[in-house]
Design a protein around this ligand. Sequence first.
Ligand code: A2H
Length: 254
Amino acid sequence: EALGPQEYTGIKMRVVEWSDLVKAEDLEAQLGGRTVYLVAATLRPETMYGQTNCFVGPSLKYGVFAINDQEAFVCTHRAARNMAFQGITAEKGEVKQLAEIEGSKIVGTKINAPFSINPEVYVLPMESVLPDKGTGVVTSVPSDSPDDYATLMDLRKKPEYYHIDPKWASIDPVPVLYTPSYGEMSAPFLVKKLKIQSAKDAKQLAEAKELAYKEGFYSGTMTVGEFKGESVQEAKVKVRESMIKQGVGMAYAE
Ligand code: A2H
């Protein structure tokens, strides 16, 4: 793990329509009129143009937490507590849980992914989501994240097995940046090159993740968005700032 604190960008993904498994009426009654967002933690804000879905751990427990009088966030209790100590909640140090939801029930929820070329995306299950990292919500960018790509391909191969509607996994990876070594789709390129068969190939995926991250960071150029033509290194900071300014992102550390 990293030595110092990890600086993430929290991405606010507004709930557009809850999955059929969530008793939306009962939940609404607990929200006090607040708008609900799934909040994902990412190290690669510059790739958010390429979000195609979002992942939650199907066997993890999530809370709906009051951030202020207008907004509520879906994340792990641990993340909500961290947020409360980072000045993200209205009352410092205080975590107010409005409801609890199992990850498996959030799957199928339609959300709005900020900055994405496909703004309406669905929540899908990912077994490898860790309960003690970030918010427990992972936004999916299959063009640049080998884990996201491998998981999306697994889900597409066996939708019945994963209890998903194929429609939820139907958005294809969207190129957002170019690298000299891997072209404009680093993750699919590396998954093929390292002969990764599924999201269970953890060792090769760790290698692919490392390669994609380094090549993107040091040699990547943006091909879409406000900072098109700029280096990934420059765009990373600027996209983050832009998301924060527009109220769809926040600094989150742990
Ligand atoms: B990244 P680090 Cl395009 N469990 O965001 C598993 N993975 C998690 C997680 C959790 N609880 N919380 C966050 N993550 C993922 C984008 C991305 C990411 C791209 C490429 C690589 C990449 C889109 N998914 O991560 O262990 C999130 O996925 C590889 C570095 O703290 C987050 O950034 O270094 C990253 O792992 C944080 O990983």
